[in-house]
Design a protein around this ligand. Structure first.
Ligand code: 6PG
Length: 238
Protein backbone atom coordinates (compact mmCIF):
# COMPACT_ATOMS: atom_id res chain seq x y z
CA UNK A 1 0.00 0.00 0.00
CA UNK A 2 1.44 3.36 -1.02
CA UNK A 3 1.53 5.68 2.00
CA UNK A 4 -0.35 8.98 2.02
CA UNK A 5 1.98 11.90 2.78
CA UNK A 6 0.60 15.05 4.41
CA UNK A 7 2.94 17.96 5.02
CA UNK A 8 1.73 20.73 7.34
CA UNK A 9 3.21 24.19 7.84
CA UNK A 10 4.12 23.40 11.46
CA UNK A 11 3.32 21.19 14.48
CA UNK A 12 0.30 23.33 15.39
CA UNK A 13 -1.29 22.94 11.94
CA UNK A 14 -0.59 19.20 12.08
CA UNK A 15 -2.18 19.01 15.53
CA UNK A 16 -5.25 20.90 14.30
CA UNK A 17 -5.77 18.65 11.29
CA UNK A 18 -5.01 15.40 13.10
CA UNK A 19 -7.37 16.29 15.95
CA UNK A 20 -10.19 16.75 13.42
CA UNK A 21 -9.31 13.32 11.97
CA UNK A 22 -9.34 11.77 15.46
CA UNK A 23 -12.83 13.21 16.03
CA UNK A 24 -14.07 11.53 12.85
CA UNK A 25 -12.49 8.22 13.81
CA UNK A 26 -13.84 8.23 17.39
CA UNK A 27 -17.36 9.63 16.85
CA UNK A 28 -18.85 6.47 15.33
CA UNK A 29 -21.42 3.88 16.36
CA UNK A 30 -18.97 1.18 17.43
CA UNK A 31 -16.21 1.04 20.07
CA UNK A 32 -12.86 2.33 18.78
CA UNK A 33 -9.42 1.08 19.78
CA UNK A 34 -6.45 3.44 19.45
CA UNK A 35 -2.76 2.89 20.30
CA UNK A 36 -0.94 6.06 21.30
CA UNK A 37 2.73 6.86 21.10
CA UNK A 38 5.00 8.93 23.29
CA UNK A 39 7.10 11.80 22.04
CA UNK A 40 6.73 15.54 21.42
CA UNK A 41 4.34 15.54 18.44
CA UNK A 42 1.53 13.64 20.19
CA UNK A 43 1.96 16.05 23.11
CA UNK A 44 1.11 18.97 20.79
CA UNK A 45 -1.98 17.11 19.55
CA UNK A 46 -3.14 16.34 23.10
CA UNK A 47 -2.75 20.01 24.03
CA UNK A 48 -4.74 21.05 20.96
CA UNK A 49 -7.50 18.56 21.76
CA UNK A 50 -7.61 19.69 25.39
CA UNK A 51 -8.19 23.26 24.20
CA UNK A 52 -10.52 22.66 21.26
CA UNK A 53 -12.18 19.25 21.44
CA UNK A 54 -13.00 18.53 25.10
CA UNK A 55 -16.74 18.30 24.47
CA UNK A 56 -17.21 17.31 20.84
CA UNK A 57 -15.46 13.94 20.90
CA UNK A 58 -17.31 10.94 22.39
CA UNK A 59 -14.57 9.88 24.81
CA UNK A 60 -16.70 7.02 26.20
CA UNK A 61 -16.44 5.42 22.77
CA UNK A 62 -12.66 5.06 22.61
CA UNK A 63 -10.28 2.68 24.33
CA UNK A 64 -6.70 3.92 24.54
CA UNK A 65 -3.68 1.63 24.52
CA UNK A 66 -0.02 2.47 23.87
CA UNK A 67 2.37 1.33 21.17
CA UNK A 68 5.19 1.42 23.68
CA UNK A 69 6.05 2.44 27.23
CA UNK A 70 9.17 2.99 29.21
CA UNK A 71 9.66 0.56 32.13
CA UNK A 72 9.10 3.25 34.74
CA UNK A 73 6.24 4.00 37.14
CA UNK A 74 3.12 5.94 36.07
CA UNK A 75 4.26 9.07 37.94
CA UNK A 76 7.73 9.07 36.36
CA UNK A 77 8.51 12.01 34.04
CA UNK A 78 9.70 9.45 31.44
CA UNK A 79 6.31 7.71 31.36
CA UNK A 80 4.31 7.98 28.10
CA UNK A 81 1.20 7.32 30.19
CA UNK A 82 2.02 10.26 32.51
CA UNK A 83 2.56 12.54 29.51
CA UNK A 84 -0.87 11.52 28.19
CA UNK A 85 -2.52 12.11 31.57
CA UNK A 86 -0.90 15.52 31.90
CA UNK A 87 -1.72 16.70 28.37
CA UNK A 88 -4.94 14.84 27.53
CA UNK A 89 -6.71 12.68 30.12
CA UNK A 90 -6.63 15.37 32.83
CA UNK A 91 -8.59 17.61 30.43
CA UNK A 92 -11.30 15.23 29.17
CA UNK A 93 -14.00 12.99 30.66
CA UNK A 94 -12.84 9.51 29.70
CA UNK A 95 -13.89 6.49 31.79
CA UNK A 96 -10.86 5.01 33.63
CA UNK A 97 -11.74 1.57 32.26
CA UNK A 98 -11.10 2.92 28.75
CA UNK A 99 -7.44 3.53 29.55
CA UNK A 100 -5.26 0.46 29.16
CA UNK A 101 -1.82 1.54 30.25
CA UNK A 102 1.31 -0.54 30.07
CA UNK A 103 2.37 -0.96 33.73
CA UNK A 104 5.98 0.09 33.44
CA UNK A 105 6.52 -0.51 37.13
CA UNK A 106 6.08 -4.27 36.67
CA UNK A 107 8.70 -6.83 35.72
CA UNK A 108 9.23 -6.17 31.97
CA UNK A 109 8.80 -9.74 30.70
CA UNK A 110 5.73 -10.31 32.89
CA UNK A 111 4.22 -6.97 31.84
CA UNK A 112 4.75 -7.66 28.14
CA UNK A 113 2.77 -10.86 28.63
CA UNK A 114 0.06 -9.20 30.74
CA UNK A 115 -0.39 -6.32 28.27
CA UNK A 116 -0.68 -8.74 25.36
CA UNK A 117 -3.40 -10.66 27.22
CA UNK A 118 -5.25 -7.39 27.93
CA UNK A 119 -5.34 -6.62 24.19
CA UNK A 120 -6.70 -10.09 23.42
CA UNK A 121 -9.23 -9.79 26.24
CA UNK A 122 -10.80 -6.55 24.95
CA UNK A 123 -10.08 -6.27 21.24
CA UNK A 124 -11.32 -8.00 18.14
CA UNK A 125 -8.69 -10.07 16.36
CA UNK A 126 -8.02 -11.02 12.76
CA UNK A 127 -5.83 -14.03 11.96
CA UNK A 128 -5.09 -14.18 15.70
CA UNK A 129 -3.82 -10.58 15.95
CA UNK A 130 -5.52 -7.75 17.93
CA UNK A 131 -6.73 -5.06 15.49
CA UNK A 132 -6.38 -1.37 16.28
CA UNK A 133 -8.65 1.07 14.46
CA UNK A 134 -5.83 3.61 14.65
CA UNK A 135 -2.22 3.16 15.66
CA UNK A 136 -0.21 6.35 16.15
CA UNK A 137 3.58 6.18 15.77
CA UNK A 138 6.46 8.56 16.11
CA UNK A 139 9.92 8.09 14.67
CA UNK A 140 13.18 8.72 16.46
CA UNK A 141 16.18 10.46 14.87
CA UNK A 142 17.69 6.96 14.51
CA UNK A 143 14.68 5.62 12.62
CA UNK A 144 13.20 3.73 15.57
CA UNK A 145 9.46 3.51 15.96
CA UNK A 146 7.43 2.49 18.97
CA UNK A 147 10.35 1.15 21.01
CA UNK A 148 11.90 -0.98 18.32
CA UNK A 149 15.40 0.40 17.75
CA UNK A 150 17.76 -0.38 14.85
CA UNK A 151 20.06 -2.49 17.06
CA UNK A 152 17.11 -4.75 17.92
CA UNK A 153 15.32 -4.72 14.56
CA UNK A 154 14.73 -8.45 14.98
CA UNK A 155 11.97 -7.57 17.46
CA UNK A 156 9.94 -6.24 14.52
CA UNK A 157 9.34 -9.75 13.19
CA UNK A 158 8.72 -11.36 16.58
CA UNK A 159 5.95 -13.97 16.65
CA UNK A 160 4.72 -12.22 19.80
CA UNK A 161 2.47 -9.15 19.89
CA UNK A 162 4.66 -7.47 22.52
CA UNK A 163 8.35 -7.56 23.35
CA UNK A 164 10.78 -6.14 25.90
CA UNK A 165 13.18 -3.70 24.20
CA UNK A 166 16.30 -1.86 25.37
CA UNK A 167 17.13 1.75 24.60
CA UNK A 168 20.51 1.74 22.80
CA UNK A 169 22.07 4.56 24.80
CA UNK A 170 20.43 4.55 28.21
CA UNK A 171 19.82 0.80 28.46
CA UNK A 172 16.33 1.65 29.68
CA UNK A 173 13.95 -1.28 29.30
CA UNK A 174 10.78 -0.70 27.36
CA UNK A 175 7.66 -2.64 26.39
CA UNK A 176 6.76 -2.37 22.71
CA UNK A 177 4.20 -3.64 20.25
CA UNK A 178 5.78 -5.62 17.43
CA UNK A 179 5.38 -5.37 13.67
CA UNK A 180 2.77 -8.13 13.86
CA UNK A 181 0.31 -5.79 15.60
CA UNK A 182 1.43 -2.53 14.00
CA UNK A 183 0.99 -3.83 10.45
CA UNK A 184 -2.41 -5.36 11.31
CA UNK A 185 -3.97 -1.98 12.24
CA UNK A 186 -6.74 -0.51 10.12
CA UNK A 187 -5.04 2.89 10.04
CA UNK A 188 -1.45 3.71 10.95
CA UNK A 189 -0.44 7.36 11.32
CA UNK A 190 3.18 8.47 11.64
CA UNK A 191 3.41 11.84 13.37
CA UNK A 192 6.91 13.10 12.61
CA UNK A 193 8.01 16.71 12.98
CA UNK A 194 11.26 18.62 13.20
CA UNK A 195 14.34 18.98 11.00
CA UNK A 196 16.21 16.21 12.84
CA UNK A 197 13.87 13.67 11.21
CA UNK A 198 14.09 14.99 7.63
CA UNK A 199 16.95 12.78 6.46
CA UNK A 200 15.44 9.51 7.73
CA UNK A 201 11.98 10.45 6.41
CA UNK A 202 13.47 11.10 2.96
CA UNK A 203 15.50 7.86 3.03
CA UNK A 204 12.48 5.79 4.08
CA UNK A 205 9.86 7.34 1.79
CA UNK A 206 12.23 7.33 -1.18
CA UNK A 207 13.59 3.86 -0.32
CA UNK A 208 17.16 5.12 -0.36
CA UNK A 209 19.99 2.68 0.23
CA UNK A 210 20.13 1.24 3.73
CA UNK A 211 16.58 2.42 4.61
CA UNK A 212 15.61 -1.10 5.62
CA UNK A 213 17.94 -0.77 8.62
CA UNK A 214 15.37 1.54 10.21
CA UNK A 215 12.41 -0.11 12.01
CA UNK A 216 10.16 2.75 10.84
CA UNK A 217 10.79 1.56 7.25
CA UNK A 218 9.03 -1.71 8.04
CA UNK A 219 5.68 -0.10 8.86
CA UNK A 220 3.55 -1.31 5.98
CA UNK A 221 0.01 -2.26 6.99
CA UNK A 222 -1.12 -5.59 5.51
CA UNK A 223 -4.57 -4.29 4.60
CA UNK A 224 -4.84 -0.97 6.45
CA UNK A 225 -3.80 2.53 5.45
CA UNK A 226 -0.54 4.34 6.26
CA UNK A 227 -0.33 8.11 6.52
CA UNK A 228 2.83 10.11 7.21
CA UNK A 229 1.90 13.41 8.88
CA UNK A 230 4.91 15.68 8.59
CA UNK A 231 5.71 19.33 9.05
CA UNK A 232 7.78 21.45 6.66
CA UNK A 233 10.92 20.77 8.70
CA UNK A 234 10.66 16.98 8.57
CA UNK A 235 9.09 16.77 5.11
CA UNK A 236 11.97 17.90 2.87
CA UNK A 237 11.55 15.12 0.33
CA UNK A 238 14.07 15.10 -2.51
C1 6PG B 1 8.79 6.90 22.94
C2 6PG B 1 8.03 7.05 21.67
C3 6PG B 1 9.01 7.08 20.54
C4 6PG B 1 8.81 8.43 19.89
C5 6PG B 1 9.97 8.80 19.05
C6 6PG B 1 9.78 10.20 18.49
O1 6PG B 1 8.34 6.19 23.84
O2 6PG B 1 9.83 7.59 23.01
O3 6PG B 1 7.00 6.22 21.51
O4 6PG B 1 8.88 6.06 19.59
O5 6PG B 1 7.61 8.40 19.12
O6 6PG B 1 11.12 8.75 19.86
O7 6PG B 1 9.74 11.10 19.55
P1 6PG B 1 9.62 12.70 19.26
O8 6PG B 1 8.29 12.88 18.58
O9 6PG B 1 9.69 13.32 20.60
O10 6PG B 1 10.77 13.03 18.37
Amino acid sequence: MTPTIKIYEDKHELAKAFSAELKKIINVEHKVYIALSGGSTPKAIFDYIAENHREDIDWENVHFYWGDERCVGPQDSESNYKMTVDHLFSNINIPPENIHRIKGENDPAEEAERYSKEMYQHMITKDGVPIFDLLILGMGDDGHTASIFPHEINLWTSANTTEVATHPESGQKRITLTGKVINAARKVAFLVTGSSKAEKVDEILNKKNGYKAYPAAHVNPVSGTLTWCLDEDSGHLS
